[in-house]
Design a protein around this ligand. Structure first.
Ligand SMILES: Nc1ncnc2c1ncn2[C@@H]1O[C@H](COP(=O)(O)OP(=O)(O)OP(=O)(O)O)[C@@H](O)[C@H]1O
Ligand SMILES: [Mg+2]
Length: 563
């Protein structure tokens, strides 16, 4: 820290006595100060307007007025001016007045050199400390705000624009810019700029690429935080100052920042250090930005691939569906063709009625398949009526009653507290008929058995569980039960559309369907349908198994359809 002399300080001596002005200048110059002398208040004001002085030495008695008034005027013009009042007539009032008007000191004529110089030193020291303090505060604010902008900004373009605006404004430059790219080979993408004309942009790019080349060639330049360029723009007058700052990330130079101005002086080393620190942060921000962009592109590609996959899965499902229909219809059709050929050739003999009956049954089989397929197609359309599910389940149980094995029973445990659901009542009935039929078929040949249909109010919806005491669904079959045309019941016996139709209906109404087994044995199909007026809930429905442990279910109305 400088504590003894401030040789660069400039001093304005205001004294109408040419002799004492000369003496003062002599004393000051001997110490290395630069001093200008004027003889009147008017001159002093004019000089101080034209050039900024650090110190004014003011004689209290001037020919055109009071030195104290001049002191006030000069302080009004430049608040940080150090003013020292010099007088031949010392008086307490004057000195108090001078201090009140902002003077830093007061010396008596004949001026004692040592006293004046020490007053000067302490005044300049105070000023220097204040300036240094202000600079530090400014630098800290700058680093903080740029750090916050560069690291917290979510939109990279806004981040870089904020950063360059702050750097340029706070370091008092006229123009600033940030480019992306190493600068080698000329590829630089302008990311943000302030006051940058196309000419200046081109000019900066030229310098950046030549500096980037130098850095490549000369290892010793790799750690240099910035590169200054000073060039004459007009002969003998304006000069352009450019500071080029490489933005270094972990992978090397990721971009460049430049600040500059006409006639601007290279900034203080400390400010340049700030610029270096800022460059580090922007370099990292720039790298993050590139990572983010790569990630975004990769994500976009993934989304496209996923969409294609979904599309091709849809197509393959459609292909499977169509070949399933073809296969299902082909078998009875082949039989019909064969039998009708026999009949047409008159080869039926006494089997003719039997052959005609076979043709009729195979044609019926075709009709059933076509009917299933058209139900399947309808299953994907949602209805809009308000539906009481308990009534639907009772109707479904009735429809399925003719498939109930003679020894089996059905129990309906229907909760009275259900809210209505929205949908197509016929479609819902069809879905539950299919599920109940499967349950009955699982009991076939088993003698006694039981199918239970239970309902329960659930979170913003209704849960229905259809369980049976049959053999259950084998683990390897479970993942396929909702596939169209999947059946374990043998070709020609069942098209394998029952559960896929139920699945389509439930999904079209915003619900879920699950197939599983009860711990104690037997299959369990769980259906959740959202309450009327609500969208489908975000969570999967809880297992209906809980319903059995729920005391509320003790109140369920129990109806039996076992007749
Ligand atoms: N309650 C159940 N118990 C055991 N297995 C079942 C049960 N429900 C369905 N499954 C299995 O799921 C398969 C598919 O059922 P789905 O209802 O879709 O077709 P299907 O009953 O075979 O034929 P369709 O219903 O078209 O006449 C059945 O073949 C059977 O293997
Ligand atoms: Mg079925």
């Amino acid at each position: 820290m400088k504590t003894t002399t401030f040789p660069s300080a400039t001093i304005l001596v205001v004294d109408d006595n040419a002799g004492s002005a000369k003496t003062l200048r002599f004393v000051l110059s001997a110490e290395g100060y630069h001093a200008d002398c004027v003889g009147s208040a008017a001159e002093a004001l004019e000089r101080a307007r034209a050039a900024q002085y650090d110190v004014a030495l003011i004689d209290i008695n001037l020919r055109d007025g009071s030195g104290l008034d001049l002191l006030s005027d000069l302080k009004a013009q430049q608040a940080d001016l150090i003013a020292i009042v010099v007088t031949g007539h010392a008086s307490t009032e004057n000195s108090i007045d001078a201090i009140n008007r902002g003077a830093s000191g007061y010396v008596q004529k004949p001026v004692e050199a040592q006293q004046l110089l020490s007053l000067l030193r302490s005044g300049l020291e105070r000023k220097w400390l204040q300036e240094e303090n202000a600079r530090m505060v400014r630098r800290l604010r700058l680093v903080h705000s740029i750090g916050a902008t560069a690291t917290l900004g979510l939109d990279p373009e806004v981040t870089l624009q904020d950063t360059i605006s702050l750097v340029t404004a706070l370091l008092d430059f006229e123009a600033g810019a940030i480019w992306r790219g190493s600068g080698v080979g000329g590829e630089l993408e302008l990311m943000a700029s302030v006051g940058l004309s196309p000419e200046l942009d081109a000019h900066c790019r030229r310098h950046v690429s030549s500096v980037a080349k130098d850095i490549r060639a000369d290892r010793s330049l790799r750690e240099r935080p910035w590169f200054d360029v000073i060039e004459e723009v007009e002969e003998g007058a304006a000069a352009r100052f450019l500071r080029l700052v490489p933005l270094r990330g972990q992978e090397g130079i990721s971009g460049w920042m430049a600040v500059g101005g006409l006639d601007a002086q290279p900034s203080q080393t400390e400010e340049a250090e700030v610029l270096g620190a800022v460059a580090g942060q922007v370099g990292v921000a720039m790298e993050n930005m590139m990572l983010y962009e790569n990630l975004r592109v990769a994500h976009q590609r993934l989304q496209q691939a996923q969409a294609q996959l979904v599309q091709s899965e849809k197509l393959s499902a459609l292909g499977g569906f169509i070949s399933g229909i073809a296969h299902e219809i082909n078998n009875p059709l082949m039989a019909i063709v064969g039998y009708s050929e026999l009949l047409a050739q008159g080869d039926g003999g006494e089997d003719t009625p039997e052959l005609a009956d076979r043709i009729f049954r195979q044609a019926q089989r075709c009709a059933r398949i076509v009917q299933s397929v058209s139900i399947f197609a309808r299953a994907h359309r949602a209805g809009t009526a308000e539906v009481a599910l308990n009534a639907i389940l009772m109707a479904a149980a009735e429809t399925a009653a003719h498939n109930r094995p003679p020894e089996a029973e059905i129990e309906l445990r229907l909760s009275p507290d259900l809210k209505p659901v929205t949908g197509d009542p016929d479609a819902f009935r069809q879905a539950f008929v299919n599920i109940i039929n499967n349950a009955y078929q699982s009991l076939d040949g088993q003698g006694t058995g039981k199918v239970t249909v239970a309902t329960q109010a659930a979170n913003r919806g209704v849960l229905v569980e259809v369980s049976d005491t049959g053999p259950g669904i084998p683990e390897h079959v479970l993942p396929k039960v909702f596939d169209p045309f999947f059946t374990t019941k043998g070709v020609g016996h069942a098209p394998g559309l029952g559960l896929s139709v139920a699945h389509g209906i439930v999904q079209a109404h915003g619900g879920h369907i699950q197939a599983g087994n009860r711990p104690e044995g037997g299959a369990r199909i769980t259906v959740f349908l959202p309450e009327a007026g609500t969208g489908p809930p975000a969570d999967q429905p809880p297992e209906l198994a809980r319903a059995h442990r729920d005391p509320l279910l003790a109140d369920l109305s129990v109806a039996r359809l076992n007749g």
